[in-house]
Write a protein that binds this ligand. Structure first.
Ligand code: GAF
Length: 391
């Protein structure tokens, strides 16, 4: 894909581009905890967005998307929210301009194999890849964390999803064969080897793409904030659900709509689960880790209500199989993938079993990906005149 993207760029724009590879992510545990100042445990993966970029000496940006075979252009003097995939790129450019980072016109080809709406964060990969490429070209000297935060601001301001920092962080900080626990309050992070050669990380794509995903996501965030406000009436030091305990939440239960209570309960429990899960990972206890993943799924389905019948079915299928240590819906939810830890020598049997049963139940095939953990966003080949690869 890297070579094809480069060739397409040369064919369209007639010069040698900078190539940036920007991965999707998985998250082992810690869902909907990032915007509550909690912990997450993501990793970058082998599914990716590829950018080919070069300056064009104008104030115009021309972007060709290989996946839609269309070229979209925008003017740097008029960067406003625009329907379609270009919005993600324009959000990045807008935030660079807001931060007084100089941007000049560029030509660009974008390609990728991250399924859209599958919970593998194609949007953060689009954002992270572009900010990384422009930092490389213009030598802004941004840190990877600066880039992640800028990508998050882009997501808030253009697509309008009030996401946490996990996806943009993982996209830029991934390390081969390591998962990373991020404290979403302090932004301190720690890598852990994911050293279980007898297991594979298998994603089962329900092929459901819920149109309410972004609006409902923002509603969940508001509900968490509503819970915090109620707790603050008794505990003013509580700044987010990260600081709250179940007794604190129970003490304000009567003042809260039932759903708000459930949402907050899930988050408080999930933040604790990430801490427990990290300890289990360090001990090499993937079996108990997997049980926590099932508990997360239960919480996401019943209390947080971001699952759907297809995802619940996929997790129930995983539970039937001895070769699966744990499974759950991954990412924002409302469709997309489950993440499954599957015994390596049983992956094919698991794939056949899930495909057959899912097809019988819903009349369509799931897509199944056996992923590997890879490095975060990197430069693949520097364009002429640009210093080589800060990777
Ligand atoms: C989406 C968001 F972008 C992340 O910030 C995170 O909240 C996730 O949903 C749920 O854990 O991917």
């Amino acid at each position: 894909m890297i070579q094809q993207t480069r060739e397409k760029f040369i064919q369209l724009f007639g010069k040698d581009p900078l190539i940036v590879v920007s991965p999707g992510r998985i998250n082992l545990i810690g869902e909907h905890t990032d915007y509550n100042d909690g912990f997450v445990l993501p990793a970058a993966i082998d599914k990716k967005i590829v950018y080919a970029v070069a300056l064009n000496g104008t104030r115009q940006c021309n972007v060709h998307a290989v996946f839609t075979h269309e070229t979209v252009s925008f003017d740097l003097n008029n960067v406003v929210p625009t329907p379609g995939w270009i919005n993600y790129l324009m959000g990045v450019v807008y935030q660079l301009q807001q931060g007084n980072y100089p941007v000049e016109g560029f030509d660009c080809v974008i390609a990728g194999d991250i399924p859209v709406g599958a919970g593998m964060s194609s949007s953060a990969a689009v954002e992270g890849g572009l900010v990384f490429a422009l930092d490389e070209i213009f030598q802004y000297g941004m840190s990877r964390m600066d880039m992640a935060l800028l990508g998050q601001r882009a997501e808030h301001s253009f697509p309008g999803v009030k996401c946490g920092i996990m996806d943009q962080f993982a996209n830029l900080h991934g390390k081969k064969d390591q998962v990373v626990r991020l404290d979403c309050r302090s932004l301190e992070y720690e890598y852990f080897p994911f050293d279980f050669p007898e297991y594979r990380i298998v994603l089962c794509n329900s092929m459901v793409h819920h149109s309410l995903a972004s609006s409902e996501y923002n509603v969940r965030r508001q509900q968490c904030e509503e819970g915090v406000k109620a707790i603050q009436t008794q505990h003013p030091a509580v700044k987010s659900l990260r600081d709250a305990t179940m007794p604190m939440l129970k003490a304000v239960k009567a003042q809260l709509p039932g759903k708000v209570y459930d949402r907050c309960k899930y988050v408080i429990e999930e933040i604790q689960r990430v801490q427990d899960a990290t300890a289990l990972l360090k001990q090499g206890d993937l079996q108990t880790f997997g049980q926590l993943m099932y508990a997360t799924h239960e919480g996401l389905s019943v209390l947080y209500e971001v699952s759907c019948p297809e995802l619940d079915f996929l997790v129930a299928l995983a539970k039937e199989r001895k070769e699966v240590a744990g499974a759950r819906v991954m990412g924002g939810g409302f469709g997309g993938c489950t993440i499954n830890l599957v015994k390596q020598d049983q992956v094919d049997a698991f794939r056949d079993f899930v495909t057959t049963r899912y097809q019988q139940q819903f009349g369509k095939a799931p897509e199944i990906y056996v992923t590997t953990i890879e490095n975060g966003t990197t430069v693949q080949k520097a364009a002429a005149g640009v210093p080589d690869a800060r990777v």
